[in-house]
Design a protein around this ligand. Sequence first.
Ligand code: ARG
Length: 458
Amino acid sequence: MKLWGGRFTKDTDQLVDKFNASISFDKNLAEYDIAGSIAHAQMLAKQGIITEEEGKQILVGLELILKEIREGKFVYTDSLEDIHLHVESRLKELIGPVGGKLHTARSRNDQVALDMHLYVKDQIKQICQLLKEVQKSLISLARANQDVIMPGYTHLQHAQPVLFAHHLLAYFSMFQRDRERLEDCYKRTDMLPLGAGALAGTTFPIDPQFVAEKLGFKNLYSNSMDAVSDRDYLVEFLAALSLIMVHLSRLSEEIILWTSWEFGFIEIGDEFCTGSSIMPQKKNPDVAELTRGKTGRVIGSLMGLLTILKGLPLAYNKDLQEDKEGVFDAVETVKICLAVYGKMLTKISVKRERMLDACRHSYTNATDVADYLVKKGMPFRDAHYITGQLVQYCISKNCALDDLSLGEFRKISPLFEEDVLAEIAIESCVAKRLSPGGTGHAVVELALKEAEQKLALY
Ligand code: ARG
């Protein structure tokens, strides 16, 4: 007998039971569902909608169910559809018909919305913590290699030399925005939908403010129809998770490149690599590759939810049951990727000579040659042209810019003087970039300090 079976004369087709059921995944929400029911029951008793005694019996029953769930003794079945009906039906088994009073002034529509709000609030806190661990690892990797210089790239072509630490700090900033984005999303998740009933509110004298305080919600929804059909916070959450994955995926791509023979910039500790079943020499950056790959499913969940919502009329529609699996999967994916990255980043060793060498033989100091001429009074456009000719000359001679003699420099412009070689040395190219947010050692030291402060702050 279904809990909603009164107006039905025939049993549900078994295939429909299977099709309709969400219990296989919404059992993830069990603890939140019970927490919500406890607050709801307390409110019903406080408002005199049920008696104090009935309230107490319901609480005892709910505590017992929570214990069964935690001990893995709770029985799940498709015919009870979802976690809400499972808990309610078990409650009646345990405490008798009074269990049927729990659902007064409530619908599964506002109940499931409440569960998801509680779940997402919890997950946001956990994911922010994991992001922070990744940021910490980035900073410790940067600190351990603070004066290492590498080629900075545009178009994946060598551009200008930068500090490795500067490169890592760029990712620190991305993850900082990710944390801030989640905190912002938290504000719109921190709203209590319970009290909306099925869609129109309720005839009972409920006190949603009391429930909000019990469950730690800052705000109430101001419209009951919005409360049961709003999934915006899930879209925002999935968008924030997608962006975290995009950031991890970009970092993964770089790590994969840097570990290749062609780059040879870094080595990842054995604990975070895998081998090949046929090629004995192989050491593969699987963690980075898998992270890059898993980005697809998180973005997929975001697209899936947007597609579900598009065209849905108010208020609750069963389509909304499809919001959960994508969110759960995205959460698990992001959490494991962040956790493994937080550890792997601390196991990276840097090949500083190889990185520096890559800067020297690819004219990454050409901009500095042009800037040198500008500082001697030449318009930048002319300096750019002349330096281009110098690069062409070096290519024909197969040498680096800093291999040229003063005589060779002066042949192309008399503005070149004794100091040119010191000025265009790779280390000096980096050290001189002291503009705000630049890669100069002093600016990066400041940026590292600021980053460390951010981590200490929250
Ligand atoms: N399992 C449902 C969901 O996840 C719960 C709400 C069902 N409401 C209803 N009227 N059938 O969306």
